[in-house]
Design a protein around this ligand. Sequence first.
Ligand SMILES: *Cc1c(COP(=O)(O)O)cnc(C)c1O
Length: 375
Amino acid sequence: MQFRDLQKQYKELETEMNEAIRGVLENSKYISGPQVKELEQELSDYVGTKYCVTCGNGTDALAMMMMAWNVKEGDAVFVPDFTFFASGEVVSFRNATPVFYDVRQDTFNADVESLEKAIIAVKNEGKLNPRVIIAVDLFGFPADYEALQKVADKYDLLLLEDGAQGFGGMQNGKRACSFGDAATTSFFPAKPLGCYGDGGAIFTNDEGMAQYLSSIAVHGKGTYKYDNIRIGWNSRLDTLQAAILLVKLKAFKKYELDSSNIVAKKYSELLEGVVQTPRIPAGFLSSWAQYTIQLEDSKQRSELQKYLKENGIPTMIYYPKAMHWQTAFEGVKNYVECPITEKLCDTVLSLPMHPYMEEKDIQKVCMNIKKFMGV
Ligand SMILES: *Cc1c(COP(=O)(O)O)cnc(C)c1O
């Protein structure tokens, strides 16, 4: 059993995929080929933003937004304590200060009360200038942007959606990657919409911002590549990845997102009352980047993980370490306590999850968990 079976997906899409890749090879426009523009149009249509600017990966996408907003030394950027390292890394990369806030135990996403406490603590201290809230759509499930936007408005902060895991999800009819002042995503192979290498994108409704981002992605270009009007860098989605994503996006829209939701529903039915399963509040849709259960403590979790491994079932721990515990953030001040994150780091376990997962494999995973739990 695979944790995320990308081979099965390739087999399913093989004919169309080979055709798309061959098209790029025959055309030989490897950088900025026509598929890149086509993909950007399709992505922004699907997400519901005016513009989409593709780039090299999800970390670059976040870093480019930090550049676009001129986040700098002395600025505070609020980041969830329970997320992938990149969400906070890009803040320190700009010499700004990440301020970690806690998440909710039921959704794994932003706890707006903790966030607001962190903002007030920074303001009261008066040393840092609060600038941006980063919210993360963890495990495919959009953060509560209606609540987050209210906090952003109240304190006059920019809101950035890190939708690296959230592509395809929804809150009250609005797609993930359309929230806040800008949103980013990643096309790393294991994300809900993944390519065959690295890739990323930024979504915005602001034309000037889209132009600026397209410019910094190509060495701060002006009217053409050798007219350089600002300091940028090099971060492009290559044509091969764009062609691959066009095929994958079609499958994602047509059935993959639905299939992932069917797999998740089956898991939740079979594991109800056995372990704590993910809860999706009314009005939300998840794209199930991960299906993550919670155990009693780290001992029970490692025993279950070992038991499942012995029975041929791969699992992953996302994430074993809170952001404020990372060595790289040593010396970064904690403005609020993050007890939920600390607890989750000890208790979460992600199960095999992908749109091509067969019923018999779901049954096998759940049967083994039940056996382990003695129910
Ligand atoms: C994967 C991920 C990123 C980074 O994306 P890359 O394409 O790997 O650079 C950023 N934030 C979150 C929440 C992620 O899961």
